[in-house]
Design a binder for this molecule. Structure first.
Ligand SMILES: *[C@@H]1O[C@H](CO)[C@@H](O)[C@H](O)[C@H]1NC(C)=O
Ligand SMILES: *[C@@H]1O[C@H](CO)[C@@H](O)[C@H](O)[C@H]1NC(C)=O
Length: 451
């Protein structure tokens, strides 16, 4: 344990030096420097310290590992890494090679939520263009708002038997708590979702559903993606949805050329083109909220530690600048999301890699075995004298946000979970390199106060 002590002393000296330097610097210049600059330099010191601490932690683990190898009854090093050992046991394979694949015949309806956007034509044309099989993927359009021009467009498709058209009968004004009047739209949307999903599962008696909205373009392999992930969703109880959306799916942040086949698990519910099963609806329907349904789903009481599957390159893209949520978010972010252009036949892909046991063992261990670098170095890509994937570490909400901002990632949290995060890890692709923004290796779970 001499090494550990030495490491800690080095870390302590470095930390003291940083603090001292900061204090001296601070005293001389305090009057001239505004608060923002001081916050910035503090954050920078903290980040440097975090890198130091993480490197020390790793040295510590390495030495403990070495020590354990020399002792007669070595503990599993994974315990030090806080990864459960059970995932390494052979997982129950949900893909029996011999039995007939009964899920092949499943009907996967696409439920399109609509209100007052005659441009729904663009969404429906896209869905119809890429739909490989009308029987397997019936399209149901549910319209709220009773908007005449939009109704006319939808009717033209239902008259041609291309879609089933249903209408939300409840056009009453929703009851909105005082102070939330300007969010009335969100109350209507939640009520509409309750209606549409009940129709799909109770009236039409479907087993699963793919949910989209009237302002989504879909990628050519949209249907292949959902058809091939259905079995995974059905068989892995730690999954509760499949989504077509990558919240950090800007062209500059994904592997556009090589990444089309790449799928991930995500603790963050992405929405925007997503699939659930009837079992989940049975669970959610009785407590469905009056508004803000998506953030409600992201709360621990609903999510119950379950994950969604999401792609590296999005299979949906929104073209709707004007909607209930503001146009600013569209201009700043949504319009840059890359829609996949290299179609993948997902029926040929091995999905068992994504089951929790296999994925957690491989993915998390891989991430924590990568070289640790700083966010500024990743950004400039100059101080990294090697190729290949790397890891950036974060310890606090502020260092996550600061790194995310620097790298162009979404920096918000919902119920403590960063967008696309899995076990706190955010994967992205920058300057031709795979990068993981990952919490320190003693991470204990999401902090609900991070927002
Ligand atoms: C709905 O489907 C299930 C099985 O998929 C079946 O057992 C049930 O009878 C169906 N209910 C209705 C109302 O059609
Ligand atoms: C699919 O992947 C799993 C786990 O990664 C592996 O054990 C299995 O052999 C693969 N199956 C095929 C057919 O390649």
């Amino acid at each position: 344990m001499k090494y550990k002590r030495l490491g800690l002393i080095v870390a302590f000296c470095f930390a003291s030096w940083l603090v001292l330097a900061f204090v001296i610097f601070n005293e001389n210049a305090v009057k001239k420097i505004d608060v923002e600059t001081r916050k910035g330099s503090l954050l920078k010191y903290i980040q440097e310290l975090e890198v130091q601490i993480s490197q020390q932690e790793e040295t510590y683990k390495l030495l403990v590992d070495k020590l354990k190898k020399l002792t007669p009854r070595p503990e599993n090093v994974l315990q030090a890494l806080e990864i459960k050992e059970s995932p390494l046991e052979k997982p129950k394979v949900p893909f029996p090679a011999t039995k007939k694949d009964v899920t092949q015949d499943i009907i996967l309806p696409v439920l399109v939520f609509s209100c007052n956007r005659p441009d729904i034509r663009r969404s429906l044309d896209g869905l119809l263009k890429y739909r490989p099989d009308a029987k397997k993927f019936p399209i149901i359009v549910s319209q709220d708002c009773a908007h005449g021009a939009t109704a006319k467009v939808i009717r033209s498709y239902s008259d041609a038997s291309q879609v089933t058209y249903i209408q939300q009968p409840d056009q009453s004004e929703p009851i909105v708590p005082p102070g939330e009047a300007k969010f009335k739209g969100y109350f209507k949307i939640a009520r509409h979702y309750l209606f549409g999903l009940s129709q799909v599962f109770r009236t039409f008696n479907h087993t699963a559903v793919i949910i989209v909205e009237d302002d989504l373009d879909v990628a050519p392999d949209f249907f292949s993606y959902f058809a091939s992930t259905y079995q995974l969703l059905k068989n892995d109880p730690s999954l509760w949805c499949v989504s077509a959306w990558n919240d950090n799916g800007k062209a500059s942040l994904v592997d556009v050329d090589q990444g089309s086949k790449l799928l991930y698990r995500s603790d963050f519910f992405p929405g925007l083109g997503w699939m659930i099963t009837k079992e989940l609806w049975d669970e959610l329907e009785p407590k469905w909220p009056k508004s803000y349904w998506d953030d409600w789903m992201r709360r621990p009481e609903q999510r119950k530690d379950r994950a969604c599957i999401r792609p590296e390159v999005s299979r949906t893209r929104t073209f709707g600048k004007i909607g209930v949520s503001n146009g600013l978010f569209f201009d700043k972010h949504l319009k840059y999301i890359k829609l996949n252009e290299i179609p993948v036949d997902f029926s040929k892909e091995n999905m068992s890699r994504l089951t929790q046991s296999t994925y957690d063992a491989d993915y998390i261990r891989n991430v924590y075995s990568l070289p640790l670098v700083s966010a500024p170095d990743v950004r400039t890509n100059v101080n990294l004298p090697f190729d290949g994937p790397v890891r950036i570490t974060y310890h606090t909400k502020d260092t996550f946000k600061s790194a995310a901002k620097l790298l162009g990632l979404m920096d918000d949290f919902k119920s403590g979970v960063p967008r696309t995060g899995y076990h706190g890890i955010v994967s992205f692709f920058l300057n031709g390199r795979r990068i993981y923004l990952a919490p320190h290796s003693n991470w204990k779970g999401y902090d609900l106060t991070w927002s």
